[in-house]
Unconditional design. Structure first.
Lengths: 208, 160
């Protein structure tokens, strides 16, 4: 009895443990997907008669070759761009037909009439760094998203989501078709209230 | 007395190695699952800028990639340090972008040909001139849906 050597550990269940771990990792790890800012380029054909837009409905953002930001011809910090864009879009200074009944802005007559008329014009130099351009794009999209979130939660408080979350859910392939069909009109409703009107000018050449 | 006698020859019993293959297979499977396959080897510096208002780029089969940036250190003596465009596995000029898009479009299934997205994976330090040239080329071939691929992060990471 006492002379017995240490018994060998039964390794038969090792395979089970290994498979358990394997399945756990299989389920939990997600393969990394790329993400980024989606944009749509304007088609090539030129418009013959460009519509006349009132100057007060245009919000000009210029990034010069030294990566400085000029908002409405004033040197601005990138951190302020979002709030300035929100202020412009949400102004609702129009009267009569052009009044905006959901805007919460200051109704400054010198700023935009309503979000549908408001256009953000973005112009950059050929020497502008790409990362600055992306930062500006990001802040402008953020301004639109902020306003869309606000309207979405106001119109559909029962959804318990923001516009961005609902949009993400709509684009998720795991969402059922019925849910997508239900979300679609809600999303487009808000998109019509704050349409993304971002116009990009061809970059200016740097004069030497 | 013999009960407390030391075991003869104190050599340890050998540890069973029967489970070693299982462990190795487990690791193998884990890495097989977790690694992302890159379609083409990167020949340019590709430090993507950060953004937080991003949308996911699902459905890999309807995306084509255009890389741009400074050639990476291995290629600088041959191609210099001017930012270049990389299509598939080689450097290309702006004029080749249109042909590349048409070739990519032709290689996709019929029903996907109109819903293709062009993902621009551009290094943050590239000048906008190159990017607007690419965008002009894309407009010429009517590839209008683009995605500026970014890292996830606040814009403050871009300015340092």
């Amino acid at each position: 009895m006492a002379k017995r050597s240490a018994p060998e550990v039964n390794a038969g269940s090792m395979a089970d443990i290994a498979f358990l771990l394997l399945i756990f990792f299989l389920v939990t790890t997600t393969i990394e997907t790329d993400s980024g800012i989606n944009r749509k380029l304007p088609p090539m054909e030129e418009q013959d008669d460009p519509p006349i837009i009132k100057q007060k409905n245009i919000f000009t953002v210029v990034v010069n070759k030294n990566n400085q930001l000029l908002v409405e011809e004033e040197l601005t910090d990138l951190a302020e761009l979002r709030s300035l864009a929100v202020e412009f879009l949400d102004n609702g200074g129009g009267e009569g037909d052009e009044a905006c009944n959901y805007c919460q802005g200051t109704k400054n007559p010198k700023s935009s009439d309503n979000p549908e008329k408001a256009i953000i014009s973005l112009k950059n130099d050929r020497e502008t760094a790409y990362k600055v351009y992306i930062s500006v794009q990001n802040e402008l999209v953020a301004a639109y998203n902020e306003l869309r979130d606000r309207e979405f939660t106001r119109l559909y408080p029962n959804e318990l989501m923001t516009f961005v979350e609902a949009d993400k859910k709509y684009n998720d392939p795991r969402t059922s078709p019925e849910e997508k069909a239900r979300l679609k009109p809600l999303l487009s409703e808000v998109k019509i209230m704050f349409p993304q009107k971002l116009s990009e000018a061809e970059p200016s050449k740097t004069k030497s | 007395m013999s009960k407390f006698k030391k075991k003869k020859g104190g050599d340890l019993p050998a540890i069973s190695t029967a489970s070693l293959p299982d462990i190795v297979f487990m690791l193998l499977f884990f890495f097989m699952v977790a690694t992302v396959m890159r379609d083409s080897t990167l020949m340019v510096k590709n430090q993507l800028p950060a953004a937080d208002q991003v949308q996911k780029l699902d459905k890999k089969d309807r995306v084509m990639y255009i890389y741009a940036g400074e050639p990476s250190s291995r290629y600088t003596d041959k191609y210099g340090t001017q930012p270049r465009i990389q299509l598939n596995d080689k450097f290309a000029s702006v004029a080749e972008v249109a042909a590349f898009v048409l070739a990519e479009r032709a290689s996709k299934r019929q029903e996907l040909q109109n819903v293709l997205t062009t993902a621009l994976k551009v290094d943050g330090d590239t000048k906008m001139g190159l990017i607007s040239d690419i965008k002009q080329e894309l407009r010429k071939v009517n590839a209008l849906k683009i995605n500026y691929t970014t890292r996830v992060g606040g814009f403050k990471q871009n300015i340092d």
